[in-house]
Design a protein around this ligand. Structure first.
Ligand code: HEC
Ligand code: HEC
Ligand code: HEC
Ligand code: HEC
Ligand code: HEC
Length: 469
């Protein structure tokens, strides 16, 4: 069952050892030539020098703040993104330092998991130390997260498919990117940078039990978006964070400022905010809800059936995607009558073993009171080797339930209920879809603040009562 191959191939690669060696040499070179990273970056003015991109100067990674000298606009976007905070994220740190590291001390498999966390959450630390860290002081605060210089030096990955941090990234003066014009001493074109595979090295993860606990890339690969050649970048690095009328809408302008030669104005540039579940304002508009009542005039006291369409056709993967053990969506559907709110229960509830209001032994302790009764929850349930639900990705051996919305899916939830007979002339139906990064009981257990539910979609419809017999 164990992903033993991963132990060997992905996390103690020859390449990494080679890098460490190079770094040692590199320090000497740097000391001798005084070509420290900052000086190197600042002296660049954007003109060609005829150097080939393969001729790399051996050096260390540069902090993202170095790039901000010329790429101020991109830097501002990046700084707000979760990539900048992938290590300095209270939840990650609490789970990593307080829960995982103490348990990993005398456990080889767990210490493999611990190194893997660093490979994705603090990749430069990983390349520099092979992920062996024993405390916060081991992470250089110049390079805590998924930094500019890390992504822009990824040139391939090890093995047949990307995932589990199997990137090959070497600190290099040449930054790889999407522009096809002739390479210069600062930059070069790399096709990989324009493909989902460059994301997949981190956005697909198989744990020590061989369980694919993050499968965003696999999900995308099976979607119609992969077929159509719509990459992660087309949605996540476009203006809205998703497609606008089926097409990516990009920003335009110059990608560098403060250079001697004014950089080109470009019609298509990639946004670096990487909106996702953490960025409230960006999430709205991607998912749509549509309340469908056959006849908007109904008779008091009669039973009606209402269908709510939950439309995930604009995301390129399941929703929620990413960390299967943590993420939740819930659909809250209510009737608003004379200023009062009456929750309605989805017909499908109680039919599925692990539903919130069902008998499921998994929910009460995990979800607590986060989710209003009757809500339809979309999530995966991971269990550990004792069959108990777990929210630690490194303990999950199996996903026993998964009703997340598929890429391109429009899920239909039906509700059957009685129209009240003692109300005025009309009432409203209101549906809200909320995203919860992690349940509050988990936050309490691990000692981090609660995650705030984010409303990502809503719909509201007026229903008129026909009082004629
Ligand atoms: C001294 C100014 C300067 C600094 C500092 C600088 N860049 Fe650039 N960069 C440029 C210019 C100019 C371009 C070319 C822009 C164009 O062609 O529109 C560029 C282009 C790029 C590209 C596009 C590559 C391609 O071919 O598609 C990437 C990626 C890039 N820089 C990354 C970085 C990173 C990462 C850093 C920090 C480690 C950095 N740059 C620091 C000026 C700079
Ligand atoms: C998570 C990886 C990642 C990080 C972090 C990242 N970039 Fe990028 N960047 C990309 C990718 C991928 C592209 C190309 C997208 C495409 O063509 O599909 C890109 C494009 C660019 C370009 C080309 C111009 C454009 O915007 O299209 C520049 C310049 C650039 N990045 C600079 C930076 C700088 C500077 C930082 C940090 C402040 C940074 N990047 C952080 C992945 C990253
Ligand atoms: C070196 C690893 C790495 C690479 C490469 C990478 N990511 Fe990420 N990404 C992460 C990590 C780790 C997080 C989670 C940060 C957190 O929540 O603590 C993340 C977060 C995100 C988020 C935000 C999710 C949220 O919940 O807000 C989006 C969107 C995203 N990445 C998209 C991309 C795309 C698109 C690419 C490719 C262009 C990419 N990433 C490349 C590691 C990576
Ligand atoms: C067709 C557009 C589209 C494509 C293609 C796409 N995404 Fe997304 N992604 C979305 C939308 C829409 C959301 C949900 C709303 C949001 O969070 O912005 C989302 C959410 C996410 C999240 C955070 C949400 C969560 O559930 O925790 C991550 C991480 C992410 N995407 C990564 C990726 C990666 C990696 C790829 C490529 C393998 C990719 N996406 C391809 C549109 C897309
Ligand atoms: C293959 C890369 C990879 C590995 C290995 C990995 N992660 Fe992550 N992790 C990610 C990405 C990408 C995300 C964001 C995706 C999403 O939206 O769920 C993430 C999200 C998380 C989150 C949620 C953060 C938040 O703010 O909501 C936690 C906690 C976390 N990881 C902890 C860990 C721990 C602990 C380990 C090691 C046992 C680990 N991760 C290993 C890539 C990885």
């Amino acid at each position: 069952m164990k992903g033993l191959i991963l132990h060997e191939n992905d996390l103690s690669p020859v390449v990494v050892r080679a890098v460490v060696l190079q770094l040692v040499v590199c320090c000497t070179v740097i000391a001798l030539t005084l070509s420290c990273t900052t000086a190197g970056a600042k002296s660049f003015s954007g003109q060609k020098t005829g150097q080939t991109p393969t001729k790399s100067l051996m050096r260390n990674y540069e902090p993202s703040s170095n790039c901000s000298v010329c790429h101020a606009y991109i830097y501002e976007q990046f700084r707000e993104s979760m990539h900048a905070r992938s290590y300095n994220n209270p939840l990650f740190k609490a789970e990593f330092f307080n829960i995982l590291l103490p348990r990993a001390e005398n456990d080889e498999d767990l210490s493999w998991e611990a190194r893997s966390c660093i490979a994705c959450h603090s990749p430069i630390t990983y390349v520099q130390s092979n992920g062996n860290i024993s405390g916060v002081m081991n992470v250089d605060q110049n390079f805590p997260g998924v930094e500019c210089d890390f992504c822009h030096t990824i040139n391939s990955f090890k093995g047949p498919k990307p995932g589990n941090g199997n990137y090959i990234s070497l600190p290099n003066r040449i930054k790889l990117g999407p522009f096809k014009y002739e390479s210069d001493h600062h930059r070069a074109y790399a096709e990989l940078q324009t493909k989902s595979e460059v994301c997949a090295v981190c956005h697909n993860r198989t744990n020590r039990y061989g369980l694919e606990i993050i499968s965003t890339f696999s999900e995308w690969k099976e979607s119609q978006y992969a077929e159509k050649g719509i990459e992660c970048q087309d949605c996540h690095m476009s203006v809205q964070g998703f497609l606008t009328k089926g097409e990516p809408l990009y920003e335009s302008g110059a990608v560098a400022e403060a250079t001697l030669i004014p950089p080109k104005q470009r019609a298509k540039i990639y946004t670096h905010r990487f909106p996702g579940a953490h960025s409230e304002s960006q999430v709205r508009g991607a998912i749509q809800l549509d309340i469908q009542v056959d006849d908007l005039t109904v008779h008091p006291g009669k039973e009606i059936i209402v269908v709510v369409d939950v439309d995930n056709s604009r995301s390129g993967h399941k929703l929620p995607t990413g960390s299967a053990e943590l993420r939740l969506l819930y659909l809250d559907f209510v009737m608003e009558v004379d200023g009062k709110t009456i929750p309605l229960t989805a017909n499908s509830l109680n039919k599925e073993k692990y539903d919130i209001s069902g008998e499921g032994k998994f929910d009460a302790t995990i979800l607590g009171n986060d989710i209003p009764g009757g809500s339809r929850v979309y999530r995966a349930i991971c269990v550990d080797h004792t069959e108990q639900q777990t929210q630690y990705s490194f303990e999950a051996v199996n996903i026993v339930f998964d009703n997340r919305l598929q890429a391109n899916e429009i899920r239909k939830e039906s509700y059957t209920f009685q129209v009240p007979d003692n109300v005025g002339d009309e009432f409203y139906l209101s549906a809200k879809l909320n995203y919860l990064r992690y349940p509050s009981n988990f936050a309490k257990k691990i000692g981090v603040p609660k995650a705030k539910p984010i409303e990502i979609a809503s719909d509201r419809k007026k229903v008129v009562l026909n009082k004629q017999p």
